[in-house]
Design a protein around this ligand. Structure first.
Ligand code: 6AU
Length: 262
């Protein structure tokens, strides 16, 4: 069972260079924490990434919510990723036909493929969305997560939809390296997917808009997921982001140590 292996052991099972490097990074930095930096100002986003950088393995962006986006933001985020040793995940949630997502991924204002190590996609359009993104991303050594489930109340991503998404991931393992998921799925021979889970919080359980937060230990130890994605739990009103990030890093890492020692 891959849930009991260390991140380092699992890095050797991946052919995708970014997935391999990401698992090595997690082990080196002792972090399975991703910051969901949903901030709308360039300066605030950079300041937060610099403060929280020492504690995270992955900075998750929603680049299209930044009011004053420019190419310099990308340059600076990339420099921070180098300085603090984290990767970047643009949470674009692609959801269109293959030809359109190719353009959305490579072109336009954001040129996501040129800077984002990891991105994600819904599988609602079918297999073509993976093929389109793969054509752009694979030559750049990028990788993709599929949204197999969501954290929000009433999500339609469940049952057959989730199962078919897992089958699609198995078909394109060189590019699809994991899932946005709420639990680890049963492995088939040769599987080693990276499970990233949003909706994580140490104190609150919901936000009044459908988001549902779970404790890091429940996510990593009980549900077997690999990366906790935390936003407002770290940068929410009145919080000290570095202090909170340290708490989440420790909670996530301890839950991982507990899991692999079973
Ligand atoms: O911790 P929060 O609730 O402040 O932020 C959660 C982050 C947000 C969402 O866009 C994202 O996680 N997210 C996702 C992702 C990562 O794909 C999927 C999902 O089902 N729920 C969710 O909250 O940036």
């Amino acid at each position: 069972m891959s849930a009991q292996k260390t991140y380092l052991e699992r890095s050797k099972l991946h052919s995708n260079p970014t997935a391999k490097a990401f698992l090595e990074l997690m082990e080196r930095k002792k972090s399975n924490l991703s910051l969901a930096a949903d901030l709308t100002s360039k300066a605030a986003l950079l300041e937060l990434a610099d403060k929280v950088g020492p504690y995270i393995c992955l900075l998750k962006t929603h680049i299209d919510v930044v009011d004053d986006f420019d190419q310099d933001l990308v340059t600076q985020l990339t420099a921070l990723a180098k300085k603090h040793d984290f990767m970047i995940f643009e949470d674009r949630k692609f959801a269109d036909i293959g030809n359109t997502v190719k353009l959305q991924y490579s072109s336009g204002v954001y040129k996501i493929a040129s800077w984002s190590d990891i991105t994600n996609a819904h599988t609602v359009p079918g297999e073509g969305i993976i093929q389109g993104l793969r054509e752009v991303g694979l030559p750049l050594n990028r990788c993709l997560l599929l949204l197999a489930e969501m954290s929000s109340a009433g999500t339609l991503a469940k049952g057959d939809y989730t199962n078919t998404t897992v089958e699609l991931a198995r078909k394109y393992k060189d590019f699809v390296v994991g899932f946005i998921a709420m639990r680890r799925y049963e492995d088939k021979e040769g599987d080693d997917f990276i499970y990233m889970t949003p909706g994580v919080g140490l104190d609150q359980t919901s936000d009044g808009l459908g988001q549902q937060w779970k404790h890091p230990r429940e996510v990593v130890y009980e549900r077997g997921c690999d990366v906790i994605i935390v936003g407002r739990g770290i940068y929410g009103k009145g919080k000290d982001p570095a202090h909170e990030a340290k708490k989440y890093q420790e909670a996530g890492w301890n839950a991982y140590l507990e899991r692999i020692s079973q």
